[in-house]
Design a protein around this ligand. Structure first.
Ligand SMILES: Nc1ncnc2c1ncn2[C@@H]1O[C@H](COP(=O)(O)OP(=O)(O)OP(=O)(O)O)[C@@H](O)[C@H]1O
Ligand SMILES: [Mg+2]
Length: 244
C-alpha cells in the first residue's frame, strides 16, 4: 500500500440527474506534484473536483487516496482523510472575519504542520486584515484566505479550482508563485484552470478535459511549448486566444 499513488481517479462517470457529464475520467497525482486539469467553460473541471470530494459522487469508477477508496464517502469524511479544497469563486463566510474563517477550518496537527500563525507568516496581508470581514477583502486577498483556509486543515492533497478567475494579472502571477512555493514545501496540488499558459508553468504534468472526456495527458512543459496543440485540445479556433 505504501507505493500507492497519492490520488488515483479511475474511469469515473458522473451525472447531474440524467445528464452524463464525466465519461470514464482517469487521472492521478503523485506526492509533491502540481498537476493541472485544463479545459474551457463547461468542460467538466469543477465536476471532476466535486466527484473526488464526494460532493457529486460518481456513479461508477474509483477515487483512491493513498490506495484508500473515497468513492461513497461523505464530503466531510473525504476532507478528514486529507483532501483540501479551494473552491471556484472562493466561497467563504463573508460575514466572518479573516481570523474566524481560518479558525473554522483549522485542524490540529502534530509536528510542523500548518497553523494560523504559519499562514500569517506566509501571507502577511492576511495578518494585517485579521479582523476584517472576509466579504470586504479584494479578490486576491480572498483567494489567499481560501488557500490559507485549506492549508490549516493540513491536507495531503489540495484541490484548487480556477484560482486566477477574476483577478488582475499581477495578482495572478503572485498567486502562482505561492502555489509553486507550497509545492517546494511538500504540498501536492490538483489545479483546474482555463488559464493554460500560467498553470502549465508551475505544473509538472497536465491533463486536458473537453466535454467530459480526458483528451490529453502528458508533461506540462511539453504542452506549454506547443500553443497550437493547446488550442486544438481545448477546442479553440486558431484565431482564438488561450484564456489568461
Ligand atoms: N448543478 C448542475 N446541474 C446540472 N448540470 C450542471 C451542474 N453543474 C454543472 N453542470 C453542467 O456540467 C457540465 C460541466 O460543468 P463544470 O462546472 O464541471 O464545468 P467547468 O469545466 O468547471 O466550467 P467553468 O470553467 O465554467 O467553471 C456543464 O455542461 C454544466 O452545464
Ligand atoms: Mg468550474
Amino acid at each position: 500500500m505504501s507505493d500507492a499513488r497519492l490520488l488515483e481517479v479511475e474511469r469515473i462517470n458522473t451525472y447531474y440527474g440524467k445528464s452524463h457529464i464525466l465519461h470514464d475520467v482517469s487521472l492521478h497525482v503523485e506526492q509533491g506534484e502540481i498537476v493541472t486539469l485544463l479545459g474551457l467553460n463547461g468542460a467538466g473541471k469543477t465536476t471532476t473536483l466535486r466527484s473526488i470530494l464526494g460532493l457529486t459522487p460518481p456513479r461508477t469508477g474509483t477515487v483512491k487516496l493513498n490506495g484508500r477508496e473515497l468513492r461513497g464517502l461523505a464530503p466531510h469524511a473525504v476532507a478528514r482523510l486529507g483532501v483540501g479544497y479551494v473552491p471556484e469563486g472562493r466561497r467563504m463566510f463573508k460575514n466572518l472575519s479573516v481570523l474566524e474563517n481560518l479558525q473554522l477550518a483549522e485542524r490540529g496537527t502534530v509536528g510542523d504542520g500548518w497553523t494560523i500563525g504559519r499562514v500569517y507568516d506566509r501571507f502577511p496581508k492576511l495578518k494585517e486584515l485579521a479582523g476584517r470581514k472576509s466579504g470586504r477583502l479584494s479578490g486576491g486577498e480572498q483567494e489567499m484566505l481560501a488557500i490559507g483556509r485549506a492549508l490549516v486543515g493540513n491536507p495531503k492533497l489540495i484541490l484548487v479550482d480556477e484560482p486566477s478567475q477574476g483577478l488582475a494579472p499581477i495578482i495572478v502571477i503572485e498567486l502562482y508563485k505561492t502555489l509553486e512555493e507550497l509545492r517546494r514545501q511538500g504540498a501536492s496540488i490538483l489545479l483546474v484552470e482555463q488559464n493554460a499558459l500560467l498553470a502549465l508553468k508551475v505544473s509538472q504534468r497536465a491533463y486536458v478535459i473537453d466535454d467530459g472526456h480526458i483528451v490529453h495527458t502528458g508533461a506540462a512543459d511539453e504542452l506549454a511549448h506547443d500553443q497550437p496543440r493547446i488550442r486544438g485540445l481545448m477546442g479553440l479556433r486558431e484565431d482564438e486566444d488561450i484564456p489568461a
